[in-house]
Design a protein around this ligand. Structure first.
Ligand code: GLN
Length: 303
């Protein structure tokens, strides 16, 4: 497997230079674009990696899966009264659908949806970010993981768009807590720093019927796990979810830090990272690497 990973790295590295690193906040804009890493964790506990798989990066929207998981564990089916399960077909930070859908975001992975999910977790935990951080540390089996304050403060400073969504949802009665406090927590979660190995391990429960090797716990039921994977396949890459299904064919979730996680159900959890993004805010080399990996192994869930 590692030989295949090395050959994929060689194949996709020339794409670096064709994309653009996230530049909506200065703290992310300064990253060296010339980086690539990949890690695969198998259900029987084997780890394969290549490139800069041990280099920490900002997980950004990948954190939305952790928040969704925590909320599902607590709220069960009730949570779907406040957030939908349909792809949006719009960019991750779009506001347009919120107005005519009366403050109910289309899915938990666009920013509006993740903000509502963060609001749910806020109602439940006294220290919502610390609850999330402990949860992530447990799932990754790494007690050192933490959030980057420079990144989260910078996100907060440039929060206008996310704040607009949250206030609009509040106006529609779909927000319970203080908007500014929830924004702080949402940004702290997005600013968690992890590497490809941490993330591949942390999401092993999605490839393993909900059971996490690292925490030794049944994180979600088998049914909930299939539900999360279904949502990832339809909405995890926002307005590029269709293209991701076409090219890679796996449940996946991207972040503007350049990470993408993908799940081969009942077999592997994968994390790839390269900071340059395409126009939809998804890692350019990361997508290409996942496409090559899925194709070489026949991993697409579509047959
Ligand atoms: N923190 C980013 C934001 O809220 C996350 C977006 C992403 O990774 N797609 O805009």
């Amino acid at each position: 497997m590692e030989e295949l990973l090395r050959s994929i790295e060689k194949k996709v590295r020339p794409l670096i230079g064709l994309g653009k690193v996230a530049d909506y906040i200065p703290a992310l804009a300064n990253i060296d674009p010339n980086q690539f890493g990949i890690a695969i964790y198998s259900n029987d506990g084997k780890l394969y990696h290549t490139g800069q798989a041990k280099k920490n990066f900002s997980i950004q929207s990948i954190s939305k899966i952790f928040s969704l998981t925590l909320a599902m564990k607590h709220y069960g089916e009730d949570m779907w009264e406040r957030v939908g399960r349909e792809p949006s077909g719009n960019p991750f930070n779009s506001l347009v659908q919120l107005e005519y859908e009366k403050g109910i975001p289309r899915n938990p992975f666009i920013n509006a949806g993740a903000l509502v999910v963060s609001d749910m977790n806020h109602s439940r935990f006294a220290s919502p970010h610390y609850a999330m951080r402990e949860f992530i540390r447990r799932l990754a089996g790494n007690s050192k993981l933490r959030s980057d304050k420079v990144v989260s403060n910078s996100e907060y400073e440039f929060r206008a768009r996310n704040a607009s969504m949250a206030y609009l949802m509040q106006a529609f009665g779909n927000f319970e807590n203080d908007v500014e406090a929830v924004l702080h927590n949402y940004f702290d979660n997005c600013a968690m720093r992890m590497n490809c190995i941490d993330l591949a391990k942390a999401f092993s429960f999605l490839a393993n019927k909900g059971y996490s090797h690292h925490s030794g716990e049944q994180v979600l039921t088998r049914r909930e796990t299939t539900q999360v994977n279904g949502l990832l396949a339809t909405s995890g890459l926002y307005d590029e979810a269709g293209n991701f299904a076409y090219r890679v064919g796996l449940p996946g979730k991207s972040g503007v830090g350049g990470g993408i996680i993908a799940i081969v159900p009942n077999r592997f959890s994968i994390c790839v990272w390269s900071p340059e993004l395409n126009e939809s805010g998804n890692s350019l080399a990361g997508m290409a690497a996942l496409e090559a990996l899925s194709e070489s192994n026949g991993w697409s869930v579509f047959g």
